[in-house]
Design a protein around this ligand. Sequence first.
Ligand code: NAG
Ligand code: NAG
Ligand code: NAG
Length: 240
Amino acid sequence: MNFKIFAFLALAFFLAAVNPSLGKETNASRLRRGLPPLPPRSLFRNKGAIGWTASATTSSRPSSTPRPRFSSRSGRIQVLASNGSSLGFVGNSTPVISINFGGDPGQDLRIQIVSESAPFNIIVTNPNFPTPFYLGALASSNLSLEKLTTVALSNVDRARSKSRATASEKGFVQSAIWSIDLNTQELKARYVNPDGTKSPLFVVYNAHYNELHFVGNVDSDNLANPGFPGSAVKLYLSED
Ligand SMILES: *[C@@H]1O[C@H](CO)[C@@H](O)[C@H](O)[C@H]1NC(C)=O
Ligand SMILES: *[C@@H]1O[C@H](CO)[C@@H](O)[C@H](O)[C@H]1NC(C)=O
Ligand SMILES: *[C@@H]1O[C@H](CO)[C@@H](O)[C@H](O)[C@H]1NC(C)=O
């Protein structure tokens, strides 16, 4: 072999070995060198509403543009009746997601928004129940929302896909269903039908069962539960 080429390759290999920045940098290698870990890659892209279209702008943003720092949003979920009065906070209990009437904030569900753009996942950070810990939609079948009378608001596995329901032990789940209106802090959800169309999920509170669940249509829910009709409510992130 030509000695010059060999020497060059040997030098390049040596430099790559001693300088980790030429290879894949990890938090561990940074920490060994006394550097802080890399910042989280998740970033909110704008200060306005995180809408369904936010992710569409992701790839068009030049990578050299500095992005605003991700401020992870966390807190509790407040439930407001349609007349605007607070019914309380979502409690730390499953399988039924209910309102905590005990008055002890320690029994409230604490959540964190774990992604940068809608539709995002919400994870429960203080579960007093076994896994799974994502808060999402749980349907009994993979039909369209129109055909499903109700869809549970439940602790679910992180769904593999954002574009269709994932079959799980408990049923068909969608976890990346959420968006937030940063002006009002309202948490909104939507369902992806098998044909790819999206339908808003409305939250209903059934006081008889102390149960929160999703519906595609509040009237159809009440037809299904004539004895104990539910009422439309809204969910708001109450930040720490
Ligand atoms: C380094 O750690 C931060 C959290 O401290 C994490 O968000 C980031 O993704 C990590 N980077 C790598 C390359 O693992
Ligand atoms: C608002 O609605 C809730 C639930 O439906 C009800 O309990 C409450 O009395 C109402 N408050 C007012 C001021 O109408
Ligand atoms: C719906 O679920 C059934 C099994 O329960 C499966 O055979 C079918 O392919 C699923 N359809 C879609 C659109 O995922």
